[in-house]
Design a protein around this ligand. Sequence first.
Ligand code: IMP
Length: 429
Amino acid sequence: MANVTVIGAQWGDEGKGKIVDWLASRADVVVRFQGGHNAGHTLVVGDKVYKLSLLPSGIVTGTLSIIGNGVVLDPWHLKAEIEKLEGQGVEINRENFAIAENCPLILPVHRDLDGLREAAAGAGKIGTTGRGIGPAYEDKVGRRAIRVCDLAHLDDLGPQLDRLCAHHDALRAGFGQPPVDREALIAELREIAPFVLQFAEPVWKRLNTVKKAGARVLFEGAQGVLLDVDHGTYPFVTSSNTVSGTAASGSGLGPSSTGFVLGIVKAYTTRVGSGPFPTELEDETGQRLGERGHEFGTVTGRKRRCGWFDAVLVRQSCAISGVTGIALTKVDVLDGLDKVKICTGYRLNGKVLDYYPSHAADQANVEPIYEEMDGWQGTTAGARSWADLPAQAIKYIQRVQELIETPVALVSTSPEREDTILVRDPFQD
Ligand code: IMP
């Protein structure tokens, strides 16, 4: 059985949506295993554009789509996203969609706290998506979360709700906010409960059943390895583990099921929100990358910061996540540049580093060491074979592959599903 785990190998927004959509059309099951509706996946199928934040990308093609226990789920957002897709003609029912009954909920108190903290942090803010992701994960590990299965037992929340409210009331008081309105919270949950519960089940069981039947599973990661709460640019990270290993713990299938790990890598670098970014370009070239690459956040609409390709970071991400092969995206955004640069190492306090250190100050202070290459004048957009690419673009891709010590499995050359050069099929591996 060949399963595939897709993860972002940079700071998110690598173009996972298109690749996942393409793979989803050949998978039997698509599983989201971490993050929440902070993700933003744009799928272009024919003349239709679908924007997903929470639902697995397989939903658009009718493939069995599962939200695993590792996700944090905002039930009101779930309803809105499902209704929007249904409005676009997508059918969503118990046959093709399921939610882990042990998935923790994002509540209005989490959104409040996310906003209050960011507003109070001033220049030190993380630049979160404001969707309550971090506070919801905190309550999960703090053992006071309300989970999907609790929606069927709202009259018996008792000590769980006491713990949750006591914790939030103390934090809210610190921000000069009134305590949680318990009655209103329960009433809101009671209203949304039937909608969520119709899809709730022990998904680990369904996954293990379809696995035994030989199903091909696609694990759909969100964000990127550099936003991982352990391995990323802490504290400027998201609050989940975004590395490939989470596919197992966040879904209920064991680690041997994760299969081919496909790292999605953009041919340059972007980041949205605060935090260190060694190869950031705050000049015309950065501006040009942002414009040509349409680098605006799908979820928040924020302008993404842009910079040169950082081979050190991607090599590290690939190593940490055990990436089998990469999908290189958006090479066409580099079309027409006279020169292109790749970061191959860092200088820090007179020393040369071949990895990204963990300390926040070191991460902020490293100076990139660049290798410069000639650019290419022809276009790579829409190429479907190596023969369609300018020779210099091929050299760039080969150099990237060499520096990150991981082979290229796919090259994506436009948002269209078919504009892809397939070097190695992850499902056939
Ligand atoms: P949070 O996940 O909303 O807590 O945000 C934490 C950090 O992760 C911020 O820098 C966000 O901009 C970033 N982030 C969260 N989700 C995504 C994503 O899907 N793409 C890119 N950045 C993201």
